[in-house]
Design a protein around this ligand. Structure first.
Ligand SMILES: *[C@@H]1O[C@H](CO)[C@@H](O)[C@H](O)[C@H]1NC(C)=O
Ligand SMILES: *[C@@H]1O[C@H](CO)[C@@H](O)[C@H](O)[C@H]1NC(C)=O
Ligand SMILES: *[C@@H]1O[C@H](CO)[C@@H](O)[C@H](O)[C@H]1NC(C)=O
Ligand SMILES: *[C@@H]1O[C@H](CO)[C@@H](O)[C@H](O)[C@H]1NC(C)=O
Ligand SMILES: *[C@@H]1O[C@H](CO)[C@@H](O)[C@H](O)[C@H]1NC(C)=O
Length: 562
């Protein structure tokens, strides 16, 4: 009898195990460098992004998604660990969270611990010192991260200048037939991911693949054909290309990143407040758009492969940017600020059978070639199918818990204060309730709190460090030892409120009693954050109220626990 029972429980255990893996979903984690929501599906009708638009039409699109710090490694470290910058202690591009803060279980590591093959392709962690010179391998990944062979030419002179000599320029359309290395990193990374997916369709191992696109990050190096999608006559300048009224200087970035390229550097623009000549603003905006369309094609290739290999019906797909990008708004360029335009990102979540009906292989994400002239591509008609959009506040730090829940692995608990010694917890919140609220409202009983009574986050939180109150070369992206001020910012439905306060980089402590500057933007009258009214006496009571909310922080903004 005992033997029988043992056998029976052994069989049940095996069955349960198989059952588990069968209900577990794969994860395709798409991250795009420097992509703001400048996409057709976000209402930018001049943009040609048909593959992302098609993906959006089968996903939930988030209108109010934000990162925790508007620069690569701090943002990526935050969403990959599910913790905010004050807990990763990563505010710069040179420190590694495992050395500085704690031995946290990352999102891919969590999946690896749960029996998944985890693979990084392209830029997922910020490479180099910021991820221990290993892209956090072997902690996070089953195999070493893959980087395209042509990545090594990124800082080389590959852009044909006006006289044909090669330069290292911001504006960099290239001819794939003659470009150094004969390809570009995103194309090669995409090829690799497609091969990875093909292998998984044969061995059926559960996978988590992080595919990180480089464009539209500078330099805007893309196949020159994509320029044809953006005739100069269609390019518009930023509507607000001026220094915001009453903006404290500490909030300003002098955009050294853009100035470091041959084309912009040669203009010898005045520092730190000079503006880019109008003709070059057009060129930069045109090339940013072309680079985004080029990226769209690579995203489309990966999605099509996932679909054709029969994996789409069991794979959760997320897509998001690592921060926004200023294209002349406020007279600013690149990221490195607390403005909405720098912290807001595109974000989509696709859940098979939930955000779109399952289809036979090959029908979900057919590739759309925007360069195929016979298609007579019409951007304004590109949002096929229904799709869902949500204006609920979501933060990149929420992705860890959300993806875990959607894929069917353990959801990390909310971290207590000072969670430096706790490997597995999160400072984000799963936004699966938001997805369910949207997609399942008709199936009444699935959602406990659908409709108007549904309570969600009241605010989102980001931050940006500075060395001092005046802009200089180290204020764009200060290294830890230079940081003396932290700008904490909070966005609510109606306002953005920011305080730039003292910060001790030795003890990692913020001093709320030392306020250098404040910013307040009121969206009802100032949707683009052009007028800082924090010091206007009429808004004194409002700032007092928002100060309390900002200092109470993200925990106080969470939906009330049931
Ligand atoms: C960090 O955690 C991993 C498990 O995730 C463990 O193997 C490793 O030894 C830890 N390293 C340190 C320095 O504590
Ligand atoms: C796919 O599988 C083949 C055969 O095992 C192997 O040589 C190749 O490296 C794999 N490629 C990827 C991207 O995993
Ligand atoms: C660059 O501009 C500054 C003034 O902004 C001027 O003093 C300097 O001579 C210029 N340098 C070159 C190389 O044109
Ligand atoms: C929940 O769904 C309702 C009805 O679609 C919508 O009005 C509401 O804004 C949603 N709530 C959240 C927080 O997404
Ligand atoms: C930061 O804290 C350290 C350690 O307590 C202290 O020695 C240092 O003076 C502080 N720095 C500032 C700028 O207050």
């Amino acid at each position: 009898m005992a033997v029988l029972l043992f056998l029976l429980s052994a069989i049940l255990a095996v069955k349960a195990g198989v059952g588990d893996t069968a209900t577990r979903r794969n994860v395709l984690f798409l991250v795009v460098d420097d992509l703001r929501p400048k996409l057709g599906c976000y209402g930018e009708t001049n943009m040609v992004t048909p593959n992302i638009d098609q993906f959006a039409s089968k996903s939930v699109m988030f209108e109010r998604a934000y990162v925790q710090q508007a620069v690569c490694s701090p943002s990526r470290t935050s969403f990959l660990t599910g913790r905010r910058p004050d807990t990763t202690r990563i505010f710069d591009l040179v420190h590694y969270f495992r050395h500085l803060a704690g031995n946290y279980t990352t999102l891919p590591e969590h999946f690896k611990n749960n029996g998944y093959i985890t693979q990084s392709v392209g830029k997922i962690f910020h490479p180099g010192a910021a991820s221990g010179f290993t892209d956090d391998y072997p902690y996070s990944w089953s195999n070493q991260a893959y980087h395209a062979p042509t990545k090594k030419y990124t800082s080389k002179k590959i852009c044909p200048g006006p006289d044909g000599t090669l330069t290292h320029s911001a504006v960099c359309p290239v001819d794939l037939k003659t470009v150094m290395g004969g390809s570009l990193p995103d194309i090669q990374n995409t090829d690799y991911t497609i091969e990875f997916l093909k292998n998984r369709s044969m061995d059926h191992k559960p996978f988590f693949v992080g595919m990180g696109y480089h464009r539209p990050h500078l330099p805007f190096a893309y196949p020159k054909e994509y320029l044809d999608l953006y005739p100069m006559s269609k390019i518009k300048l930023a509507p607000n290309p001026y220094y915001p009224a009453w903006l404290p200087e500490v909030a300003w970035t002098p955009w050294d990143e853009l100035r470091s390229y041959d084309d912009v550097g040669a203009m010898n623009l005045s520092y730190p407040f000079g503006s880019v000549p109008i003709d070059y603003q057009y060129k930069l905006r045109q090339s940013y758009s072309a680079a985004a369309s080029y990226t769209d094609a690579q995203v489309g290739r990966v999605l099509q492969a996932l679909d054709q290999y029969g994996l789409a019906d069991n794979t959760v797909i997320t897509f998001h940017g690592d921060h926004g990008w200023q294209l002349g708004e406020h007279g600013e360029w690149c990221k490195h600020t607390n403005f909405d335009i720098a912290t807001r990102i595109p974000m989509f979540v696709h859940v098979p059978g939930v955000t779109a009906k399952k289809t036979p292989p090959g029908r979900m994400f057919p590739f759309i070639d925007a360069l195929d002239k016979s298609l007579k591509f019409q951007p304004e008609k590109s949002s096929l199918g229904e799709g869902y959009s949500s204006d609920a506040f979501v933060e990149a730090v929420d992705l860890y818990a959300t993806i875990s829940e959607l894929a069917g692995v353990d959801v990390p608990p909310t971290c207590p204060e000072n969670p430096f010694k706790i490997p597995f917890c999160t400072e984000g919140a799963s936004f699966v309730p938001v997805i369910k609220n949207l997609t399942m409202t008709s199936r009444s009983n699935d959602v406990t709190s659908a409709g108007n009574s549904f309570a969600w986050k009241q605010a989102i939180f980001s931050q940006y460090p500075r060395p001092g109150v005046h802009p200089g070369h180290t204020s764009v992206n200060p290294v830890l030892d230079d940081i003396n001020i932290m700008g904490y910012t909070m966005r609510t439905v109606d306002h953005r409120y920011t305080e730039w306060i003292g910060y001790n980089h030795t003890t990692f402590t913020a001093d709320w009693s030392k306020v250098y500057a404040r910013e307040l933007y009121i969206y009802s009258s100032d949707p683009d954050e052009d007028v800082n009214v924090a010091e206007v006496p009429a808004f004194k009571d409002l700032t007092v109220y928002l100060t309390e909310q900002l200092r109470a922080g993200w925990r106080s903004a969470l939906p009330a626990q049931k």
